[in-house]
Design a binder for this molecule. Structure first.
Ligand code: ADP
Length: 580
């Protein structure tokens, strides 16, 4: 059973083997040039830890410090006490307070030396260190020298000379640090860029993920990689850590909150203090049984929510801390892309759902109008037969009532047929004189208006009010507007139907002083079968088809329809049609 208690800082978290070898070679070179027995190099990691990355000149058994990490900040008090000589700082053992001596004996290298014979002899706890500072003034690491071959503490002149002699080597260490970090960062960042370059959200989420995958596998050096999205509960196709779906989902959410990645290694789990002991042991054992070095969880997230996570299985390369930082940035880029693709997919689904509903409704209207046509023809034929025969006054009254009802049914069937017509034929199109349609419609409605106590005015401004289109369809537009205006007006009201040229449009306005339409109803007015929620309107007969026909026809003619209305005050409908 691996020990996954609460470990100290993660060891060996920085850099790859090749870079460590280069650093070891530099350390060897430095100790030879400096005439010291031991040279050690520590790198400052982004997590604030110093990690030993090279130790030259010690015996086998003394290499155990390699890879160990200790807090950088703990080194500062000791260094502050020293005397500076160029790049180096010397701190004599006797200058150090007890805590610093304690810290160094726990975390640093203390050679096994006999007690100093003279005041100028090198002391086992003497420290000679060069801070490695980059161009931006940040401490990137520390190089130590220990055990001068002479056995003596160098003089100030000798320290200065040493600093001069080693300046190139110190530079080389810094360069090796930077190259290691930059190349890793660049590799991961490039994977993210590549993954996003081909991004076409139109390909949908699945397409995007499939395209992105190989780039992520390569950039993250993954032996296996899995992309998991929250809300896509399909554990059956999990290939990595199957059976740990919930644990990993939670772990990823915590990682997102802490803006970090989580590294699960056979010995320990790093970056998730919230993980329970049981889960920690199980996940670590899983990584061990896979014979892997680590399973890394990279949250995929936008700035304000996690959308999922990547699981990266590493078998042959240790996951480094620089990779963690780069991967976290990658997770944000990919997370945002996923969110976009998801939004696009949702929208697509909604659109096709609406299209399906619309198609079904149209189909229904077509079937109904078709199926009603035959029986209605039969009714009409028999009505005509009846009209030719001798009828009593009562019978005559009934026949007329049937006739009126049939007339209304025929109007309804005409409307249904019009809205269910899928592709409107343009072949029968020609110039249509809207002025004449307005005149004709006003004439037809005058009687009804008069009976209802409504004054009807029509105004034709100018001549040649021509539009290219279907006379039949445009006539139904004008008729629908006018019959609504009359229908939804009260006795004493006035209705005005007007047509004129405005710019290169023919504009028809139909204004009434009737019951008006609420703002909410105005938004839905032109939908098929929409009838107002206003009881005042519902009292008057209607089907809710008139205005939807108006909108379809007007739009099919390249125009638009607008409404302005106020409850209790009246309404103005305006249609704009391109002039012929
Ligand atoms: P309907 O057959 O119900 O009149 P329409 O599609 O022509 O169907 O109109 C839809 C709804 O819009 C009507 O039910 C009515 O509430 C409202 N409406 C249409 N025109 C007017 C108008 N001029 N004044 C007030 N309400 C109107």
């Amino acid at each position: 059973m691996p020990d996954t208690g609460s470990p100290g800082p993660r060891a060996l978290a920085w850099g790859n083997e090749a870079t460590r070898e280069i650093l070891y070679a530099i350390a060897e070179d430095v100790r030879t040039r400096a005439a010291f027995k031991v040279c050690a190099i520590e790198v400052a990691r982004a997590d604030g830890m110093l990690e030993f990355v090279a130790i030259a000149g010690v015996r086998e058994g003394e290499q155990q410090l390699l890879g160990q990490a200790s807090p950088l900040a703990a080194m500062y008090p000791a260094l502050a006490l020293g005397a500076d000589y160029g790049d180096f700082t010397f701190v004599a053992a006797e200058w150090m307070p007890a805590e610093s001596l304690q810290f160094i004996s726990e975390h640093g290298f203390v050679p096994d030396l006999p007690p100093p014979a003279s005041p100028d002899a090198w002391h086992a706890q003497d420290m000679l260190a060069a801070r490695l500072i980059d161009d931006r003034g940040r401490v990137r690491g520390i190089l130590y020298l220990d055990e001068p071959l002479s056995g003596l503490r160098p003089t100030p002149m000798e320290f200065l000379e040493l600093s001069d002699r080693l300046s190139l080597q110190l530079r080389a260490v810094l360069t090796a640090f930077e190259r290691e970090e930059l190349s890793n960062r660049a590799r991961v960042a490039e994977a993210a860029a590549e993954a996003l370059r081909g991004l076409s959200i139109r390909a949908g989420l699945t397409g995007f993920l499939a395209d992105a995958r190989p780039h992520l596998v390569q950039g993250l050096r993954a032996e296996e990689l899995e992309i998991r999205l929250f809300g896509h509960q399909r554990d059956d196709d999990a290939t990595l850590a199957p059976g740990f779906r919930t644990e990993l989902d939670d772990l990823a959410r915590r990682a997102w909150e802490r803006r970090t990645v989580v590294i699960i290694e056979p010995q320990a789990v790093w970056g998730d203090p919230g993980l329970g002991v049981q889960a920690r042991l199980q996940l670590s054992s899983y990584v061990a049984t896979r014979g892997a070095l680590a399973l890394v969880c990279v949250p995929l997230a936008t700035a304000d929510e996690p959308v999922g996570y990547l699981l990266v299985l590493r078998t042959d390369m240790r996951w480094t801390e620089v990779e963690s930082i780069a991967a976290q940035a990658l997770g944000e880029d990919v997370g945002r892309a996923i969110q976009l693709a998801q939004a696009f997919e949702r929208e697509q689904r909604l659109v096709s759902e609406l299209q399906r509903v619309d198609a079904r409704r149209t189909e229904f209207a077509r079937t109904v109008s078709h199926e009603l046509k035959n029986p209605l023809t039969v009714v009409v034929a028999h009505l005509e037969l009846l009209q030719d025969s001798e009828l009593s006054a009562q019978q005559q009254y009934s026949v007329e009532a049937i006739e009126r009802a049939v007339f209304r049914l025929q109007g309804l069937l005409g409307d249904l047929a019009m809205i269910s017509r899928e592709v409107r034929e343009n072949e029968l199109w020609g110039p249509v004189d809207i002025g004449r349609l307005v005149e004709e419609s006003a004439e037809n409605h005058r009687a009804v208006a008069m009976v209802s106590g409504i004054e009807l005015d029509s105004k034709i401004v100018g001549t040649g009010l021509l539009v290219t289109g279907s006379t039949e369809e445009l006539r139904s537009v004008v008729n629908n507007l006018l019959s609504n205006a009359v229908k939804y007006s009260d006795p004493g009201g006035r209705v005005t139907l007007e047509v004129q040229h405005v710019g290169n449009e023919v504009v028809v306005t139909c204004a009434d002083e009737g019951i008006g339409i609420s703002p909410d109803n105005q938004r839905r007015l032109f939908n098929d079968f929409f009838r107002s929620t206003n009881p005042e309107a519902l009292r008057r007969p209607g089907t809710g088809l008139g205005l939807s026909i108006v909108r379809r026809v007007v739009e099919h003619h390249g125009g638009r329809v607008e409404v302005q209305s106020e409850l209790g005050r009246g309404s103005v409908f305006t249609i704009h049609l391109p002039s012929a």
